[in-house]
Each structure stands twice: as structure tokens, then as C-alpha cells.
Write a protein that binds this ligand. Sequence first.
Ligand code: NAP
Length: 306
Amino acid sequence: MKPQVLLSGASGLIGTALREILAQEGYGCKQLVRRPARTSEELEWNPQSGKTPDCNRLSGTEIAIHLSGANISSTRWTDARKRVLVQSRVEPVRALAAALCQTEPRPKVLVCASAIGIYGERGDEVVDENSAPGQGFLPETCLAWEAAAAEAAACGIRVVSARFGIVLSPRGGALAKMLPLFRLGLGGPLGNGREWMSWISLEDTARALIFLGQRAIDDPSAPLVEAVNVVAPNPVRNADFTRQLGHVLHRPAILPAPAFALRLVFGEMADQALLASTRVAPTRLQQNGFEFHHPALAEALRHELQ
Ligand SMILES: NC(=O)c1ccc[n+]([C@@H]2O[C@H](COP(=O)([O-])OP(=O)(O)OC[C@H]3O[C@@H](n4cnc5c(N)ncnc54)[C@H](OP(=O)(O)O)[C@@H]3O)[C@@H](O)[C@H]2O)c1
């Protein structure tokens, strides 16, 4: 029988895709919801106010996957918004870790979302899980997020921080924001186009989460706490990404978005997220035998946009 999964942030981009694949593969899935529960598969929690799920109802969970957090790119990073971004990540996973530790029998693994934003701006350097974190708001936020998740290890629960790259989907995230302009033939490279983009298809993202949870159960040598880059093995420069997206959409993609204009519109987010160059290798996923369905960008774009 497949293990029982507990999922937070289930209504989001990755959570929605993950629920579909879990159902296809025969996993049971309970969801933590921030509203009154509507079905027996839903458990109410209020991560911000500290209302944790009822531990009796968590019993039977073997894999917890925690994806919730206020959206990073939906609005400008004012000081108030930055506080929301941090608080909606650090406190909820800490509360969840405590609840999982009190659950009998204890779940085997907590897979918690993180981001390749932890590496910061790196130019042409290839970074993997052994690379040091960068500096700035995103790296600091990711570090605090991963440290809070790691608290579950104190009671023997394995903890995996899944450092997501740019998840490709027309339903949300960076690609969804680019699509309207590109479909009008008004897309083009960001900044000087030389920044590295480390991307992954939405389908491979969801599959990787299941792979990581399952591995923590099946492989006794899996580390107690580990970070894993969830990116495809072929990052590309922004100009290349732009060219391939235009090609898949059969539209020209030559109108550049200059760095100064992006800074004007997006403020600090422009340099830390849109213009940051991060060339990330999925070393641990590959070492552990994960097989990407979409290792090449053009095919991944075609798959997600079909
Ligand atoms: N998509 C990417 O390219 C990408 C890249 C790097 C990292 N990540 C990270 O991976 C996680 C999942 O990504 P996603 O793209 O699925 O995100 P998403 O679509 O924004 O969904 C996140 C979910 O978190 C919950 N949520 C929203 N606001 C919240 C708040 N203020 N406090 C607590 N929970 C809140 C919501 O679920 P409920 O209403 O069901 O609770 C929401 O559906 C996020 O933490 C994101 O930062 C994503």
C-alpha cells in the first residue's frame, strides 16, 4: 500500500499538480486548509495564529509535504510585505514540525518547500547543494525557513528542504506572468539576457516531491536533514529561455525589458528574483536516480503549454 501523505498549500500551483499525481499513483492525501474543513480529507489549521492541526487526525501520515507560504512575486516587496513573506513560512513550518513530533505513530519525513533563491546572485558559477548560501532577503528567508523545518529532526523525522527553481506552468508562477506579453509578440530578454535561469517543469516538480518523500521512507541511509535542488539538469541563459519560449509560441521575442525599467516597476524584487543569475545543478536528485520527464527546456515548455 502507498504511504499516506499530508499536504499544506494544497490549493497552490505546485500543490494542485501534486494532488493530481498523488491520486493517479494511488497515494492517500489529507490536506491542511486555512478555512473550515469541507471533507474528511481536509484538516483545518491556521498557521499564522498558531492553530495547529489536531494530532489525532494526523495519525497515519507517513509523508508530510509543506508548500504553504504567501506568494513571493504577487506584489512589491515593501517592509510589511517582506514580514508577511517570512512569517508565512517560518512560523507555520515550525508549528507543523511540533505537531508532527506529537503525532503517534510519528510521520517518517517532512518535505518542506524552499527555493534556489537561497543561493542569491551567482553570475556564471554552477551551484549545487554544497554551495554556500548567498546574501540578501531571499537567501536569509530561505535559511530561516529551512532551519525551522529542520526542527522536526529533533524527534527523528527526516527533513528534506526542496529548493525549487522556476517552476514552469501557464497556471501560475513566472511563466504565467510572461505569457500574455509573449503571446502578443511583445516579449524579450530581461536585463542583458545573460542571467542563468534554473527551471523545472511543473510535472517534474510534483514527481520530485513524491520521489523525495518515498526515498526518505525506503532508503535507511537517507540523511536526517538534507537540502535538494529541484531543478532540471539544463539551466539556460535568459536570452536563450526567451528565444525558446518565442519559438514554442511561434511569436517573435526580441523586445528587451531593460534592468532600469524592471527596477522601477518591481523595486528590490527585480534584482533579487528577476535579474538574479543562478545556475543550479540538481546534483542530489541525479545522484539518487531521479529521472526527469522533461530535462530539456523546449520540450518542457511544449509539454506545459500544450
Ligand atoms: N512556483 C515556483 O516557481 C516556486 C519557486 C521557488 C519556491 N517556491 C515555493 O514553493 C511553495 C509552493 O509554491 P507554489 O508556486 O505552489 O505557491 P502558490 O501557488 O503561491 O501557493 C502557495 C499556497 O500557500 C498558501 N498560502 C497563501 N498565502 C499564505 C499565507 N499568507 N500564509 C500561509 N499560507 C499561505 C495557499 O494554500 P492554502 O490556501 O491551501 O493554504 C497557497 O495556495 C511556496 O512556498 C513558494 O514560495 C515556488
